[in-house]
Structures are given as structure tokens and as C-alpha cells.
Ligand binder design. Sequence first.
Ligand code: R7I
Ligand code: MG
Ligand code: MG
Length: 349
Amino acid sequence: APVSLLSRFRGALVAAVLGDCVGGEFEGAEDVPLDRVLQHLTGLEDETRGDGILQYSDDTAMTRCVAQSLLTRMGFDEQDMARSFAKEYSLAPGRGYGSGVIQVLRKLASPQLSDVFQPARAQFGGRGSFGNGGAMRAAPFALAFRSAADVRRYARFGAMLTHSCSLGYNGAVLQALAVHLSLQGDLALPQKFISKLISEMEEVENDETSRSDAKVLNLAEFPYCARLHRVKELMEQNSVSIEEVISELGNGIAALESVPTAIFCVLHCLEPREGLPERYGGLERTIAYSLALGGDTDTIACMAGAIAGAHYGISAIPQSWLKSCEGAEEAEHLAERLYKLYNITQSEE
Ligand code: R7I
Ligand code: MG
Ligand code: MG
């Protein structure tokens, strides 16, 4: 049966929480044998374990802030979103935030602050963070805005509240665009999907700041496009090893080393893959595969989860997996509210 748009909305936000919660187990691990991943996931089917046993981290905490702010302001309001991040951090600082971003979150709490983008600009010697913290929370932008241009614009500003380096906010733009295309059903044609992302990112990265940041950081010209071309090459290969994925795309905490990786995980797992259980559907494969890469597993699985969830819809997520995750119900609720907002803005256009 075709997947309804509402099911895609729910799937996107809920599978993002799922990825964050199940990925927390392996965050930072260098070598994650597939056996251990499958054991961890099978363990979730044990009904004697409590509901919500796996806690979510900063990825979900900040995604909720983004969604809530977009809902209450019925659009992007940087002051409100900044306050929401600061408040969330002050209430629950122990969610595993990046070590740099906590300085920004503390400054954003100050009532005297007039320019909410200023604290992010002061990071890392004035160049700003290139971490994946902007990208990990970008999914709700795709659920709040209908046009690719709006998704691009607001995902960028939303990320710039903490990540002012172009590598940081362009990663958020790429992640939001991937969710946007997936919601439209574009993953039905994987080659077209990746080509569309490349042409979008050719525009996004074709500005002075992005070009000079790439140079200063000693990266290829158009670094995201370059990675996406590698994704395309890996897709065309007969077999791809985990080692190859890590060396070609990365599995790290930098947005450049994790957003294209998450996109690859989704594309690679559209088909059954050796080593993954036959009973698994595409969404289960995507989550399992993301964890098996090691590195920044909660964030890569969270981002891959959002893209995959938007494709397969909510019913592709096993109930037992869902029940194990703190915040899954709340995510579903936020998705439903964003769906209503999305339909209101449609009728106004
Ligand atoms: O990007 P950010 O919010 O962290 C997100 C990650 C996710 O994996 C979460 O699950 C959580 O675990 O953290 O936080 P930042 O502190 O802005 O960036 C993360 C890290 O990237 C920093 O602590 C630095 O180690 C590194 N980093 C940089 N290092 C050098 N120069 C980011 N930007 C720079 C930089 O410009
Ligand atoms: Mg985290
Ligand atoms: Mg992480």
C-alpha cells in the first residue's frame, strides 16, 4: 500500500528518536561487530524490559526544541528557538551534548543577549563549529516548510544558532533536504534522489563563505558535493565493506563526516544486504547498518532514521523497538501537529 504523508511525517520523527536511542549504546566505539548490533536490537524484543528503557540524547532533545518552536511560532523564529535550546539545556544538561556547544547554550540563556547568532560565531576561534549538532536536529524543517527553498533557508538559520561554520550549517541543509525529498517519495528512484541532492548542494555550496571555509579547512572544493559523488560511486559498486564506507565517507562528529554517511546508509539499505536478517525491512536494516559503522552512532542513526522513516512510514518501525525508546510517543505527537501546520500553510498558498 502507498505510504500516506502523515505516516511519513510520523515515521521521520519517530525513527530519528529510535536511531538516537538505540545508537547511544555504541557512540564513540571504533569497532562494532554486526553481531553485537543485532544482539542489542533483538534484546529490545524482550517484553520483560521496561518501556522507554533507552534514553534519548541531545540529538532528540534539540530536535524536540526545533519542532516545538516551529509549531508555537508557526514558522521560524530565531529568538524563540534559541530560548528553547537554552531552556532545554538548563533543565537537562546531561544529555551528552558536544563539548563546545554547551558554551553557546549557556550564553543563549542570557536575557541580555540581543544577537542570538553571536554566541555560535565565537566558537572555535571565531570560525564556528563544524560539528553535526545542527544537522542532527534538522528533520523538523522538512516537516514545517513545503518548498525546497524554504527548507534550505530555515534549516540553515536554525543550525546557525549553534553552528556558524558553513560546514556545520550546510550539513544541516543537506540533512533537511534529504528528509524533504524522502517525504515526497523520491527514494523510489535512488539514483535520481542522489542526483537531486547533488544539484541542490551545488547551489548551496556555491557561495563565498562556503568556498573560503573549504579552502581554509583544506577540503575539496564543494566538500558536500564531493562526498555525495562518493556516495553515488559506492551505490554503483557490487559490494561495499564497512571499512570502505568509513574511509570514503567517515563516521565522525563533524557534519561532513556524518551527514553523507547517513544518506548512504539509507540508500544502501533499500535492498536486502548480506549479514542483515532476512526478516528485517528497510527501516530496520538502515538502523542496524548505521550502528555497525561505529563512531557517532547515535547521530548517524538518528539522521538516517529520519530520512528512512520519511520513506517507509511509521508502520515500518517495530512496536517493540518503539516501546523501548524514551520520547517516541512525544515525537509522534509532534509529527502529527507539524502535519497539520503543513496542511494549513498549503491551503494559504
Ligand atoms: O556539533 P555539536 O552539537 O555535537 C554534536 C555531537 C553529536 O554526536 C551528539 O550526539 C553529541 O554527542 O555531540 O557540538 P560541538 O561542540 O559544536 O561540536 C562537536 C565537536 O566537534 C567539538 O567538541 C569538537 O571536538 C569538534 N569540532 C571542532 N573541532 C575543531 N575545530 C567542531 N567544530 C570544530 C572546529 O572548528
Ligand atoms: Mg547525542
Ligand atoms: Mg552523537
